[in-house]
Design a protein around this ligand. Structure first.
Ligand code: ADP
Ligand code: ASP
Ligand code: MG
Length: 487
């Protein structure tokens, strides 16, 4: 069997869902399981609705529910015709009634808890998957809607729950196995799951890709297809650089590094279940029925370019920690790492000298309490609105002059580098710039490394790059260890 996941833009409208039906029909022989996201922008609208309602403004939040209801009903009508749409309407309506009641309750208590947020956001995928399943049936695909909350079991870390693989394997085999055996096509929502107690959870924003991979691993899929709005994984985000090219083949390690450092096309955790079970992953374009996209496997042929791709991760803070007088080097580092551990700080890049340390962390994950803790042993200051630029390529390992070439290009773009790191996995060079500099620096680097013939590009023009440090052992674990920890 195979898993096919379709993102928000792939199910954004009746026409888009028509295309999805065609794509799935072309794969019937491979026994597909279909995972869909909420229709494009719906999850953002649910988030906004939650924020409005928790200020006490139920009126505006209820207007958003109305708009969502109209969009889903209209899409269903366009796809299913009057009769079948009328049959589906009560199921959709039941969800809208639940949603309205929740919004009213929220406006009364004025507090959206993480658990409440998971419940609220689950409506997007529930609604889209119901419509897609019926659209398939009308087009001759024997689909069966499956409730993801009855298959995907997670811990209770609301808003970014982690799968409990054994439970998930057992439940999904029981629910989905018989359907596949009867040649039915299960259709389910990504992103949503439930705890062992049956309370709805979500795997974090953008995680339908991860759902697909978890289900693929649970059901021993032959491959996992991620269908999106671009022609595969590209040499950089095509929204940043129009010259971005599709990468035909890429290794698990490289693709995971790209996803971790901002290539939004894949949720950062997507590849972990696939790596563990060695399941090939394909990233494909749902607007192009003949898409060949990108193949992600354990090994990939050497790249003809120096790097495989460039990513930019925005919304990052640099935390600079300078030891207070009298604190020894050893005690200082220990205190800093202990504080990170206490606050479960997920740090990306680290640079260390005897008495100071800088690290980057997603701004939304930087807890005030961590800063307070660090301030006990050090002077702390934080720079927000930063971005990590990451150049990934397995072939850079052991080749001299590449870092010099990168930093020379950044200097030509007249962009100031705030921090530098060579990744622990030794397949990336990462550095930090101001968020505003991202488009300029990415375009310059892309022009330099991906437009001219490969030999010329690796040319070294300056010597030395200053201090390049690896992440410490308690930074992000290696991929294989992370895979073991997460599933
Ligand atoms: P979906 O709704 O299908 O999950 P996303 O919006 O989450 O789609 O991801 C697709 C988007 O990822 C693309 O439109 C593109 O702008 C962005 N992106 C960022 N980096 C890359 C990259 N290296 N290759 C391809 N797409 C990328
Ligand atoms: N709908 C969810 C989100 O927007 C999950 C996803 O699209 O992957 O975050
Ligand atoms: Mg996505």
């Amino acid at each position: 069997m195979i898993v096919m996941k379709f993102g928000g833009t792939s199910v954004e409208s009746a026409e888009a869902i028509e295309r999805v039906s065609e794509i799935v029909r072309s794969r019937m022989k491979q026994s597909p399981l279909v995972v869909v996201s909420a229709m494009a922008k719906v999850t953002d609208q649910l988030v906004a609705m939650g924020n409005t309602a928790s200020t006490g403004d139920s009126g505006e939040a209820l207007l958003s529910v109305k708009a969502l209801r109209e969009r889903h009903h209209q899409t269903a009508q366009a796809l299913l015709g009057e009769k079948r749409a009328a049959a589906l309407a009560p199921k959709l309506q039941a969800h809208f009634i639940d949603l309205e009641n929740f919004v009213r309750g929220l406006a009364a208590v004025r507090e959206l808890t993480p658990r409440g947020s998971d419940y609220l956001l689950s409506f997007g995928e529930l609604l889209s998957s119901l419509i897609v399943a019926d659209a398939f049936i009308v087009r001759g695909v024997k689909a069966a809607w499956v409730d993801s909350r009855e298959c995907l079991v997670t811990d209770a870390t609301h808003t970014r729950a982690r799968p409990l693989m054994e439970d998930t394997r057992e439940k999904s085999k029981k629910k989905i196995g018989p359907l596949l055996a009867k040649k039915r096509t299960p259709v389910m929502g990504g992103f949503i799951a439930a705890s062992r107690e049956g309370i709805p959870t979500t795997l974090g924003r953008g995680s339908s890709d991860y759902s697909a991979a978890i289900l693929g691993a649970a059901l021993n899929a032959d491959k996992i297809e991620i269908w999106t709005d671009v022609e595969g994984m590209m040499t950089t985000d095509p929204r940043l650089c129009s010259g971005a090219r599709t990468i035909k083949q890429i290794s698990f390690n490289e693709a995971a590094e790209l996803a971790y450092f901002g290539a939004k096309v894949l949720h950062p955790l997507t590849l972990l279940p696939a790596i563990q079970q060695n399941i090939p992953v394909y990233v494909l374009n749902s607007r192009n029925l003949k898409s060949t996209g990108t193949e992600i496997t354990a090994q990939s042929p050497p790249s003809r370019d120096v790097f495989r791709a460039i990513t930019a991760k925005k919304g990052v803070s640099i935390v600079n920690v300078v030891a207070s007088r009298g604190v020894g080097v050893h005690g200082f580092l220990r205190s800093v790492f202990e504080a990170m551990d206490r606050h479960a700080a997920s740090v990306d890049l680290v640079a260390i000298s005897e008495v100071s340390m800088s690290f980057t962390i997603e701004s939304k994950r930087l807890a005030e309490a961590l800063i307070k803790d660090l301030a006990q042993v050090a002077d702390v200051n934080v720079d927000n609105h930063q971005a990590v630029i990451c150049l990934v390529g397995e072939d850079i390992h052991g080749k001299p002059g590449i870092a010099a070439s990168v930093f020379n290009t950044v200097a030509e773009a007249q962009v100031n580098i705030r921090m530098i790191s060579q990744g622990a996995s030794e397949i990336n060079i990462s550095f930090v710039v101001k968020e505003d500099d991202v488009p300029r620096v990415v375009r310059h680097l892309h022009d330099h490394f991906f437009s001219a013939p490969a030999k010329k590009k690796a040319g070294v023009r300056v010597n030395g790059t200053g201090r390049v440090r690896r992440r410490p052992a308690n930074g992000r674990p290696s991929l294989r260890r992370a895979a073991a920890a997460a599933i």
